[in-house]
Design a protein around this ligand. Structure first.
Ligand code: MN
Length: 396
C-alpha cells in the first residue's frame, strides 16, 4: 500500500493550537515537538494547585504571551474547543506579531471542518481527517518571511527609485555590476555583491515598467531583494481593481503599465503582493524597511508592522500641505541592528543611531543613492531631470 506523507508547514516562530481530545493532543504534541515547546493546562494546574478555570487561563495566557515575546515557538495543549478560547489565543499571538496556526486532530468530526478556517484569524488550519493520518504527519518549520539572516552580503542598498530606470541602470553599473538584457535582465557582480531595494520602485517617474522588470528578473535570480513601499502597495491594490485614490504619481504608473501585457501586469501584482514589510540580513546585523521599523518588530509580521514599515511613525497631526506629520522614530531607535530605509526625501543621508535614510529624491530631480554594506559608503548618481514636483520642499 502506498503511504502518503502529510506535510504540515509551520512558521518557525508561531503559536500552534491543537484541537482534539486530550489524549490525542498530548501524544501528538510530544511526538512532534520538544517538551520545552509545549504549554499544557496540566502544567498550569500543577503550578497553581487549583482547578479554577479563570486563574488557570490567566497563567496560561501569561506564559504564552511571554514565550512569544521572547521568540519561542509555542504549542498549546489545553482546551481550545470553543471559539472564545481560540480567539483569545489568536489575539494574544497577534499582539506579539506572531502567526497562529491550528491543527485539528481526527477525533473532532464534522462541525470544525467547515467552521474553523481563516475567519477566526488563523494563518493556517490543518485538518487531519483520519486517525491513520496521524502516523503520516511530518512537521516542517519554515523561516519567517523577513528572515534573510543567512544572506550576508556584501550588498548595495538602493533608495526610492520611483520609475527612474536610467538613473538606476547608471548607478548599478557604477557599483560594478554587469547588466545584460536578453529575454530578461541578468545581473552579476565580480565580487558577488547583491542589490537590496528599500521599496517605492514605482509612481511619478518615467520608466515604471522597466524598473519593475529589472527588479522582478533579478529578484527571481536571487540577485536582488526588495521590501514593500507605500507606493508599491497602492499600485498593487489599483492593479487588483480595488478602489484607491489615483494621486501622488500613481497615474503615471497606471498609464505606463496600460501598454504592457496582462501577463506582465499579473506578474507585477504577484511580485508586489509578495514583498515583505522588512528584511533582516547578515545574522540580524542589517535590517531594511521602507520607512522605518521598531526593534521589537524585527523578523515578525502583522498588519500593524506592515503599516509601520510602509509609513513610519506619525504624530497624528497634519502639516500645512495636508500630509501626516512624520515623527522621528530613528531618534529613539536603540539597537545593534543597522536599519537602512527611505520614504522621506532628504538632500544628504546622515547616520542617526545606527539608522540611515537613503532616499535622496531622485524623481524630484535629486539623486539616486546606494549604501554599500558592510563598507557603509554612499554612492549616488544625479537625476537626469526633475520628473515630478514635490508637494513640499525637500528637507535639508
Ligand atoms: Mn518614496
Amino acid at each position: 500500500m502506498q503511504v502518503h506523507k502529510i506535510n504540515i508547514h509551520i512558521p518557525e516562530l508561531s503559536l500552534i493550537l491543537l484541537i482534539g481530545n486530550d489524549d490525542l493532543k498530548t501524544s501528538f504534541a510530544h511526538r512532534h515537538f520538544t517538551s520545552s515547546e509545549i504549554v499544557s493546562l496540566s502544567a498550569c494546574q500543577d503550578l497553581l494547585a487549583t482547578e479554577a478555570t479563570k486563574e488557570l487561563d490567566e497563567l496560561l495566557h501569561f506564559v504564552v504571551s511571554k514565550r512569544l515575546q521572547l521568540g519561542k515557538l509555542t504549542v498549546i495543549n489545553a482546551p481550545c474547543e470553543t471559539q472564545a478560547l481560540r480567539s483569545a489565543l489568536v489575539r494574544l499571538a497577534r499582539r506579539q506579531h506572531v502567526p497562529c496556526a491550528a491543527i485539528v486532530l481526527p477525533s473532532v468530526q464534522g462541525p470544525y471542518q467547515q467552521k474553523l478556517p481563516h475567519q477566526e484569524g488563523f494563518k493556517q488550519v490543518y485538518i487531519l481527517q483520519h486517525v491513520e493520518a496521524l502516523e503520516q504527519v511530518i512537521i516542517h518549520r519554515q523561516p519567517l518571511e523577513s528572515n534573510m539572516k543567512q544572506e550576508k552580503g556584501p550588498f548595495d542598498i538602493i533608495g526610492d527609485v520611483h520609475g527612474c530606470f536610467a538613473e538606476l541602470e547608471q548607478l548599478v553599473l557604477n557599483l560594478g555590476y554587469n547588466i545584460t538584457l536578453e529575454d530578461q535582465y541578468y545581473l552579476s557582480h565580480p565580487q558577488g555583491r547583491k542589490l537590496v531595494f528599500v521599496g517605492d520602485l514605482v509612481d511619478r517617474g518615467p520608466k515604471v515598467p522597466e524598473v519593475l522588470r529589472f527588479v522582478m528578473d533579478t529578484a527571481a535570480q536571487g540577485m536582488s531583494f526588495c521590501v514593500n513601499g507605500n507606493h508599491d502597495d497602492k499600485l498593487k491594490r489599483a492593479l487588483e481593481g480595488r478602489a484607491v485614490t489615483i494621486s501622488h504619481g500613481l497615474e503615471e504608473s497606471l498609464a505606463q503599465l496600460e501598454k504592457e501585457s496582462s501577463y506582465f501586469k499579473d506578474k507585477v501584482i504577484n511580485f508586489l503582493a509578495a514583498l515583505p514589510s522588512h528584511y533582516l540580513f547578515d545574522e540580524g546585523r542589517l535590517a531594511i524597511a521602507h520607512a522605518g521599523v521598531k526593534e521589537k518588530y524585527l523578523e515578525r509580521s502583522s498588519r500593524r508592522i506592515r503599516d509601520y514599515c510602509m509609513y513610519g511613525e506619525t504624530t497624528g497631526a497634519t502639516d500645512e500641505f495636508g500630509h501626516p506629520v512624520r515623527a522621528n522614530w530613528a531618534k529613539r531607535f536603540v539597537s545593534l541592528t543597522t536599519v537602512v530605509y527611505g520614504h522621506t526625501p532628504i538632500l544628504t543621508p546622515e547616520w542617526e543611531n545606527n539608522t540611515i535614510n537613503i532616499d535622496t529624491g531622485c524623481v524630484f530631480g535629486g539623486k539616486l543613492t546606494a549604501l554599500r554594506y558592510p563598507e557603509r559608503e554612499l554612492v549616488s548618481v544625479t537625476a537626469l531631470k526633475k520628473y515630478y514636483t514635490p508637494l513640499k520642499p525637500i528637507q535639508s
